[in-house]
Write a protein that binds this ligand. Structure first.
Ligand code: SAM
Length: 279
């Protein structure tokens, strides 16, 4: 299986995430301080409150966790805090520097090993080892060949009973419609390009695939039994306030009662969260 972005060199993906590591502007405090990391975490889980329930940090106490695409390490730290032994990899050295600094500040360095790695070639860089959980939140869809990452996991890093938890972007999401209405000028034949252009806080992401509930099962492929898959997350805030760290919802989201907003999130959310068990 190859896709729209298969010809994009991995160095372009790497450069993009090095220029602006994911969530790096989630705080106004001095970058790299404890206050900075606390604010990053508070904002991340305020805006994406479904993450702790999906990751189930506490469940992995005393277990081995492999995190693919750790970014600046918000979830990484929470796995380690909960008592997991974590291996965290990312393509972006700038993200890894902050994640490492974060682990030191919180006294968790002895529980986390970091590697600068292209996950499509994971086994060439990190020792083959079986993990209880392989976790990857918002990462695999940014790699030119997502299926190679899954193949690496399947062949080298899981045993029978290991869990795989991945979040990939959902193709039938409100956000896709919003991108097409606000930026895409209705050019649905260029849908993938437009999604990539506007999928992240910084425009111009070189690779962003999106999946349906069926195509994500095809991506995960044989060797895994799907335990759960659901969609979550509509970003409801006005960007002009959000960049100033104020959380004012768009007028149309203010009209809806919270119960309706939650129903819509479950139907049209941007995050397709999948848990599977290795056979
Ligand atoms: C949207 S960020 C998510 C980071 C983190 N999981 C989080 O939720 O904050 C995507 C991350 O995936 C990493 N990434 C993309 N392709 C990768 C690959 N082939 N191998 C390793 N990391 C990759 C990027 O460097 C970036 O840090």
């Amino acid at each position: 299986m190859s896709g729209e972005f298969a010809e994009i060199p991995i160095t372009r993906v790497q450069d993009y995430w090095n220029r602006r590591p994911c969530n790096i502007r989630h705080s106004t405090a001095e970058i790299g301080t404890k206050e900075y990391f606390d604010q990053v975490e508070a904002r991340k889980y305020l805006v994406e409150p479904h993450i702790p329930a999906f990751a189930e940090f506490e469940r992995w106490k005393g277990k081995k966790v492999l995190e693919i695409g750790c970014g600046i390490g918000t979830d990484t730290i929470n796995f380690a805090r909960a008592g997991a032994e974590v291996t965290a990899v990312d393509l972006s050295v700038e993200s890894l520097k902050l994640a490492q600094q974060r682990a030191e500040i919180f006294g968790l360095s002895d529980r986390i090993k970091f590697y600068e790695v292209d996950a499509e070639k994971l086994s060439e860089y990190i020792p083959s080892q079986k993990y209880d959980l392989v976790y990857s939140f918002g990462v695999i869809h940014h790699s030119p060949h997502p299926e190679k990452i899954i193949e690496q996991i399947r062949q080298h890093f899981v045993h029978s009973g290991s869990e795989l938890k991945i979040m990939v972007y959902y193709r039938y999401a409100w956000k896709v419609l919003w991108i097409m209405l606000t930026n895409g000028r209705g050019q649905f034949w260029k849908l993938d390009r437009w999604i990539a252009e506007h999928s992240e806080a910084q425009t111009g992401c070189p690779v962003t695939y999106s999946y349906t509930k069926k195509t994500v099962v095809d991506l995960i492929g044989e060797g895994f039994e799907i335990k759960e898959k659901y969609v979550e997350h509509i970003f409801p805030y006005r960007i002009k306030d959000y960049v100033k760290y104020q959380y004012v919802k768009e007028w149309y989201w203010r009209i809806f009662p919270n119960s309706i907003f939650r129903t819509l999130e479950k139907k049209l959310g941007w995050h397709l969260c999948v848990t599977a068990k290795a056979k």
